[in-house]
Design a protein around this ligand. Structure first.
Ligand code: THG
Length: 371
């Protein structure tokens, strides 16, 4: 098997050495960085995040900082969800579209100050996009990638670890998607109650990359009584719980409504954003569109290294974008992006999984909710 080379073009996280010591066995490349995706025990890691507490190097979720007198105008222009009424100290999941109305990222937007934002991005080069929009529009705003590296603490015991690290007041007052700047023994952070699981927890946004090991050690130490161990954003947990993985679940022609993010897009708001008119036009006739749905997959499922063709009567109706075994349901599940005509619960179709034919059946649980 060929290997991916470690070299300067793909960046290392401030927690990289700690993850190696912690036993990481697989990385993906995300925002031009190595991001851990396995410590070699998928079921154990799944159980830990569902019943205990896990810590994840998610430094590859980079920030796009927008600061200056026009920062809020720029943040709103690039976001399909209303941001102008977001309070300082709060965050909001805010999909981004290109001029064709297609999804180009699905960040969490954090409002740090009246005119200072972080877009905490998924895997695409948004710093260039936002810089280009701000520059071409002549807006008074600086756009850059700051020195910020999130470390997630996720699971039902995450709050116990945060209590041990900080204090009760912080834990009790920090609502969902609330954030604030804090220090931990001189390590500067922004703490936010967020994270890519539905098991609860926080993300610690480290704002000094020289302190990665120090922060990692503090969290490991505080979490030891709760059985904390390194883990990663978990494919089984996130598929069972309807969290979108941009570019895994979507292709370049997917819009946020097709991707199940319609609730996070404001088409009838009294404000404009890039892609708004195109998005309205794309859905003028919704029967022409696709829909991301949960499917069960029956048959001998190979490893899903790439999307598989979904077929009805031999004709392509879309793709199974990703698939996994679900411990909760004890069967294989997929996320299929298929024409709306085939996206109704109970509908079955064939899947060409590298030559093996699987049977996909659309589940009665819409994508975006928990199975
Ligand atoms: N944390 C940080 N940045 C990120 C992610 C993260 N960037 C990329 C990626 N993950 C973005 N994806 C999601 C998807 C869903 C949620 C968070 C990140 C999420 N959604 C809430 C929900 O579905 O309940 C919606 C909250 C709202 O109403 O605004 O939590 O994990 N730093």
């Amino acid at each position: 098997m060929a290997e991916i080379v470690f070299g300067p073009r793909v960046r290392k996280s401030p927690f990289f050495d700690a993850t190696i010591t912690g036993g990481v066995t697989a990385f993906t490349i995300y925002n031009h960085m190595f991001m851990p995706v396995s410590y070699g025990d998928p079921i154990g890691e799944y159980e830990r995040v569902k019943t205990g507490v896990s810590m994840w190097d998610v430094a590859a979720e980079r920030q796009v900082e927008i600061i200056g007198p026009d920062a809020t105008t720029v943040a709103q222009l690039v976001s399909a969800r209303r941001l102008t009424n977001l309070k300082v100290g709060r965050a909001r999941y805010a999909p981004m579209c290109d001029y064709d109305g297609c999804l180009i990222n699905d960040p969490i937007a954090l409002r740090l100050e009246e005119n200072r934002w972080w877009l905490s991005i998924a895997d695409s080069d948004m710093v260039h996009w936002v810089k280009g929009i701000a520059g071409a529009g002549g807006y008074e705003a600086q756009v850059f990638e700051p020195d910020v590296s999130p470390l997630a603490i996720q699971g039902p015991m995450a709050d116990d670890v945060v209590r041990a690290l900080f204090d009760d007041e912080l834990v009790d007052s920090l609502g969902f998607f609330h954030h604030r700047a804090v220090e931990l023994d001189g390590i500067p952070l922004v703490i936010c109650r967020s994270g890519w699981s539905r098991q609860g927890g926080v993300e610690l946004f480290l704002t000094d990359s020289t302190q990665g090991q120090a922060l990692w050690d503090q969290v490991m130490h505080a979490g030891a009584p709760y059985g904390i161990a390194p883990g990663t954003p978990h494919q089984m947990e996130r598929i069972e719980n309807g969290l979108l993985s941009y570019a895994s679940d979507t292709d370049p022609d997917t819009d946020p409504i097709e991707a199940g993010l319609g609730a996070y897009v404001n088409l009838d708001g009294d404000f404009d954003f890039i892609g708004k008119q195109a998005l309205i036009a794309r859905h003028a006739d919704p029967t022409t569109r696709r829909r991301l749905v949960n499917v069960t997959l029956d048959g001998e499922m190979p490893n899903p290294e790439h999307p598989w063709e979904a077929l009805s009567g031999g004709t392509s109706i879309g793709q199974v974008r990703t698939a996994t075994y679900s411990p909760k349901l004890d069967r294989n599940l997929g996320l299929a992006l298929v024409s709306v005509a085939y996206a109704t619960a109970g509908n079955s179709f064939d899947v060409d999984a590298d030559g093996t034919t699987l049977t996909a059946t659309v589940m009665d649980v819409p994508f975006g909710t928990s199975l």
